[in-house]
Structures are given as structure tokens and as C-alpha cells.
Design a binder for this molecule. Structure first.
Ligand code: NAD
Ligand code: DAU
Length: 332
């Protein structure tokens, strides 16, 4: 394997993955990205031009996808519409990118006989009760709640069908909630950090007791690279770092670390269909591929992330007013 194609490589996790690959391998990377509102050219700036190229294209557009797949050895598929709240406002781009886009890519890797790794989410499993002793495993039944998670579940099913019916050499990973640099400020952690920087009180949906299983984006990247290099085609691997926390605890940590009273947040309208709890059992990934996360201390990872947003105001500032205006229109 000398060349990889990374779809969605200008987004939050995709760009993190490209940096990880450049730092830890000799691979050449072609990024295929439509550069939607969620993308960032700056996230790829400074990478060696002889190692990384950007092709601006839609993953649902067969011609550029075919051309890029033809000249690569393997594909890592991050490109997606990724925000649950947006999928409640307008599901249509989620259906096009997450389903038609994955279908388009699958047809290209089938034609050219290329290896594929499909990046998916733990949300395909629905949610767990707060007191459920179980965590998600590779055997958990699919039960998605939102248009976003249903579109990702559908994309996983497409990948499995192309493995079984056409012999495509594909793996799938389902990861929990990521945090770290370059995450769009529509998402929970960067929204609250940039709110506090702007003197706005953090906004918590519903009772704030919903649990997410946080993992640093760099640990997700190392897991995806391990699966690409050593995973067994046809297999699914769950990715998580034992990071369960409820939203109130995360907001209180952000406030305290930023020198504000821990109770200086506001409750806002709940998300429709809001999943209660996600929790990943990453045993297969650890046992089979020897993967382990590097970021063990969530408070330290959060502190680094707060510093990063403090130091990158020029990057997020142009998006802040529009992001908050669309939340205000939803009562959030
Ligand atoms: P993101 O929204 O930050 O980035 C998505 C990227 O995909 C952007 O660069 C965007 O321009 C690109 N894109 C969107 N539509 C496209 C299209 N039609 N053609 C080509 N490119 C397109 O998303 P993210 O948070 O980095 O998530 C990346 C992937 O990881 C997604 O597949 C998501 O489902 C999955 N995932 C995310 C998380 C998380 O916590 N963020 C957790 C598990 C899995
Ligand atoms: O679990 C993996 C998923 O994690 C990924 O597949 C998605 O792409 C990613 O966006 C993320 O989905 P969530 O819906 O869990 O993430 P979000 O950042 O939108 O919200 C995290 C939690 O915080 C959730 O319980 C909703 C809540 N929330 C969110 C926002 C934006 C708030 O309480 N207030 C907010 O302002």
C-alpha cells in the first residue's frame, strides 16, 4: 500500500487522520472533499505537498470518484453530513452524501478491486438506558434514532452487502463521540468553549444527563490506521476509549477550567429523539489489533482543546454568529 484516498479529509476527523498518516507512515494521501460548510482548507495547511493532494469533488459524483479510486491502493471513507441537529432540520443532504455517496464509492472500489475502510458511528445502535450495565459491541442490533444515524446505519448495510455479494475487501469502524482541534463549533464541546470565550452561558439540552463516550480525535485516527493496516476484511471494529460522561459534567468541567462558576449554564429545548446514552466496548479492537488510546486523561484533553480554541479564534470566529443564529431559531 503506497497511496490512500481519504474522503472527507478536510473535515474534523478526516483532517486529523491525514496529519496522523503523514506523521506515522510513508503513504501518499489524496483527499477527496466537497468542502462543505464543515470543511476547512486550513486544517490541511502546512502538510508536505509531495505527500498530500486535495481534489475538490462530491463523493456522490461518480466520475471524479472513479478517477480517484482508480489511482489509489486503498480508500478511507470519512465524507458525511455529520450533525444530528442539522439532520432534523433537513435530512436531504444526509441521504445524498451518506447513502448515495457511500454507494458511489462502493461501486468504484468494486470496479477497481480496491480495499475500503468505512468510518461510521456508534449511533447506529440507538441508545442505552443510563443504568444499563451493557455497552455496545460488534453484535449489538442496529436501532438508529435520527435521520443522521439512520443514514449512517444504511451506509454500513451497503458496505456489508458489497462485501458479501461482490467480495469487496472492506472493513467498518463505529466510533463514539470525538473531541479535539478543528471540530466545527456547531458541535457540543467547541460550541460551549466558544460560548464561554464570548461571554455566553453554555446551552444544555433537556436535563443534561445524556451520556456520551468521549474519545480524542487522534485516538480515533490511530484506530482507523490500525484497522486499515491490520484489520480483517469483512470485519467491524468498535472504537472507544472508556470516556463516558454526562453533558452536565462536561459543561461544568469547561466552565471550571475557563475560570467560571460551574453552574453558569442554561437549560434549553431538548433535541427531538435525543439519544440517552452511548457506550462502547472496544475489546475486539484492543485484543485483535493491540490498539490502545493515547489520551487517557479527559480533563487534560479538554484543557488542550480549550487552549486550541483560544488560540484559533481567527478560524472559528467567521462562523460563530451564523451558528448561534441557527441554534436560536430552534430555541437552543
Ligand atoms: P465533519 O462534518 O467535520 O466533516 C465532514 C467532511 O466531509 C467535510 O470536510 C465535508 O466537506 C465532507 N463532505 C461532506 N459531504 C461531502 C460530499 N458529498 N462529498 C465529499 N465530501 C463531503 O465530520 P466529522 O465529525 O469529521 O466526521 C467524519 C466521519 O466520522 C463521518 O463519517 C462521521 O459519521 C464519522 N464519525 C464522527 C464522529 C464524531 O464524533 N464527530 C464519531 C464517529 C464517527
Ligand atoms: O457518537 C458519535 C456521534 O457523535 C457522531 O456520529 C456525530 O457525527 C457527532 O456529531 C456526535 O453526535 P452527538 O449528537 O452525540 O454530538 P453533539 O456534539 O451534537 O452533541 C453531544 C451531546 O451534547 C448530545 O447529548 C447533545 C448535547 N448538546 C449538544 C449541543 C450542540 C447540548 O446539550 N447542547 C448543545 O448546544
Amino acid at each position: 500500500m503506497h497511496r490512500i484516498l481519504v474522503t472527507g479529509g478536510a473535515g474534523f476527523i478526516g483532517s486529523n487522520f491525514v496529519h496522523h498518516v503523514v506523521a506515522h507512515t510513508d503513504l501518499h494521501v489524496t483527499v477527496l472533499d466537497k468542502l462543505t460548510y464543515a470543511a476547512s482548507r486550513e486544517a490541511l495547511a502546512g502538510l508536505p505537498q509531495d505527500r498530500v493532494e486535495l481534489v475538490v469533488a462530491d463523493v456522490a459524483d461518480a466520475a471524479p470518484v472513479d478517477e480517484c479510486v482508480a489511482r489509489t491502493d486503498a480508500v478511507v471513507h470519512f465524507a458525511a453530513e455529520s450533525h444530528n441537529d442539522n439532520s432534523l432540520d433537513d435530512p436531504s443532504p444526509f441521504i445524498r452524501t451518506n447513502l448515495i455517496g457511500t454507494f458511489t464509492l462502493l461501486e468504484a472500489v468494486r470496479r477497481h478491486g480496491k480495499r475500503l475502510h468505512h468510518v461510521s458511528t456508534d449511533e447506529v445502535y440507538g441508545d442505552l438506558a443510563l443504568d444499563d450495565p451493557q455497552r455496545f459491541t460488534e453484535e449489538t442490533a442496529y436501532h438508529p434514532s435520527s435521520p443522521y444515524s439512520a443514514s449512517k446505519a444504511g451506509s454500513d448495510h451497503l458496505v456489508r452487502a458489497w462485501v458479501r455479494s461482490f467480495g469487496v475487501a472492506a472493513t467498518i469502524s463505529n466510533c463514539s463521540n470525538n473531541y479535539g482541534p478543528w471540530q466545527h463549533i456547531e458541535k457540543f464541546i467547541p460550541r460551549q468553549i466558544t460560548n464561554v470565550l464570548d461571554g455566553i452561558r453554555p446551552r444544555v439540552y433537556g436535563d443534561g444527563l445524556n451520556v456520551r463516550d468521549w474519545i480524542h480525535a487522534d485516538d480515533h485516527s490511530s484506530a482507523v490506521l490500525a484497522i486499515l493496516e491490520r484489520g480483517r476484511p469483512g470485519e467491524t471494529y468498535l472504537v472507544g476509549a472508556d470516556g463516558e460522561r454526562n453533558n452536565l459534567d462536561v459543561v461544568r468541567s469547561i466552565l471550571t477550567q475557563m475560570g467560571q462558576p460551574a453552574d453558569a449554564w442554561d437549560r434549553v429545548a431538548d433535541r427531538a429523539g435525543h439519544d440517552r446514552r452511548y457506550a462502547i466496548a472496544p475489546d475486539k479492537l484492543r485484543a485483535e489489533l493491540g490498539w490502545a488510546p493515547r489520551f487517557h486523561d479527559f480533563e487534560q484533553g479538554l484543557a488542550d482543546t480549550i487552549d486550541w480554541y483560544r488560540n484559533h479564534e481567527a478560524w472559528w470566529r467567521p462562523h460563530k454568529d451564523a451558528t448561534e443564529a441557527s441554534y436560536a431559531a430552534r430555541g437552543q
